[in-house]
Design a binder for this molecule. Sequence first.
Ligand code: KIV
Ligand code: NA
Length: 265
Amino acid sequence: VKKVTTHTLLKMKANGERISMLTAYDFSFARLFDAAGIDVVLVGDSASNVMAGHETTVPITLDQMIYHAQCVVRGISRALVVVDMPFGSYQSNSDVALASAVKIMKESGAHSLKLEGGEEIIDSIKRIVAAGIPVMGHLGLTPQSIYKFGTYTVRAKEEAEAAKLISDAKLLQEAGCFAIVLEKIPATLAKQVSESLDIPTIGIGAGNHCDGQVLVMHDMLGINNEFSPRFLRKYLNLQEQITGAVQQYIGDVKSRDFPSENESY
Ligand code: KIV
Ligand code: NA
């Protein structure tokens, strides 16, 4: 199979072909998504929420992200694998950022990294890119800064924040990023940014004018029905299906229906 590279994504944008991206955190789901034809698999630090049960993405560690990335990489034969750099692994200075980036690349076998932020971290991004590591940017709602913002509501609705986002997006492109995630911003702003850049934008809650879309796998598969933001389209209701399957199994065990003679040796 022909592997998806950062160059593939640039060509897709130039040709007007939309980019599909999903998160994955383990081998089995990564393999399913890759075989289904997904273009990009993100080992998101949303692992902190959906894998570890934390309330935010702040606590997940570099080594925990590397473990998830290793598992995902083993399941991939075609898709581009992007790994989130976790909170604390790149914010202090560009030496720390570069060391963390190199560690993830060496130990996980992933193809690229994603960092949250614009101008504040531009020197770190430049050094990581200069080291030969492809970088995806992430602007708008940046969950690692949740305690600065206070809520997970839509970002950049006001002029000043929108202007900074537009300027950050240009800075990221100039710094050599191969793509930018735009999270939870007005569709009109996402359209403006997407049209002003040569590199693709990947939206989540950012409307239909981005060059690609990303969702968290647990959200789009309906594993947790309590999370239902407007931007989320649920393709399955796994919470219902899994609950039903487990209840059937429990009943079969209690009633001694399982295992049958055919299921015994
Ligand atoms: O961690 C994550 O899942 C993400 C996506 C929502 C873009 O960063
Ligand atoms: Na993330």
